[in-house]
Design a protein. Structure first.
Length: 238
């Protein structure tokens, strides 16, 4: 990563080697239950770039933080800037740049406070292809820090996203709710789902996690979640 020489006076100037990689990262916070009007907040500061999204009902929040080292060039003046963007429009626009072999440059703000994207691809014989786009920004949605929604002591677990995605997919057969249970000793995480109505079948999956990636505030923690909520939370994990 290097620092851009800010000759244009634009407060935010970034370059990333692959638009495709950025699309893959943003896909992880795109809710399965989201709509075309899904609005995310873009927070840009000297410490990096953050994309944050929160469900209207405040029941789910997702965020992606990109350090300056992720970019081939990075310039972002403090204080931190916060803008609102349509997540679907942003991803659709980035998809246009995925076919380009050139680096993607991102600048903010444009003349009308828009987000500017540009890529140049050099061809043989001195020819060059230049792709350019402007994305309208809007007032960022009011959003609280995720930690404000719970009180200590809290329980948490960390693990491979693909593993949790597969667990939820395996429990889809019931179509009902899923019970999540954590146990302190021995450290254990269990997802349980039972078929509703007159059905008698049930399924239980347990995943043992390393102690460093698992904390249960009490002897055990137990909560029931709607299956659709878990699907929305885990569907796009990388």
């Amino acid at each position: 990563m290097s620092t851009i020489s800010n000759t244009s006076g634009t407060p935010v100037q970034l370059q990333i080697s692959s638009a495709r990689a950025l699309v893959s990262v943003l896909q992880s916070i795109r809710s399965r239950a989201g709509t075309k009007q899904q609005i995310c907040s873009l927070l840009a500061g000297s410490d990096g770039l953050t994309f944050r999204w929160e469900e209207d009902a405040k029941g789910m929040q997702a965020a992606v933080f990109l350090r300056p080292e992720v970019f081939t060039k990075f310039f972002c003046e403090d204080p931190r800037r916060v803008v609102g963007l349509s997540l679907s429009v942003l991803m659709d626009t980035l998809a246009v740049f995925c076919s380009s072999a050139g680096e993607l440059e991102i600048r903010y703000p444009g003349k009308d406070m828009e987000l500017l994207l540009e890529a140049r691809e050099r061809l043989g014989g001195g020819a060059e292809i230049s792709s350019y786009a402007r994305i309208r920004t809007q007032e960022p949605p009011a959003m609280r820090e995720l930690g404000d929604y719970w009180e200590e002591p809290s329980s948490y677990f960390l693990g491979p996203g693909q593993l949790f995605k597969e667990v939820v997919e395996d429990l889809e057969w019931s179509g009902g709710s899923v019970r999540l249970r954590m146990q302190r000793q021995p450290p254990e995480l269990a997802f349980r789902s039972a078929a509703g109505g007159g059905a008698t079948g049930n399924g239980t999956l347990r995943v043992g996690l390393p102690v460093a990636a698992f904390h249960c505030a009490g002897a055990e923690a137990d909560h029931v979640y709607p299956l659709k909520r878990l699907q929305a939370a885990f569907a796009n994990l990388p």
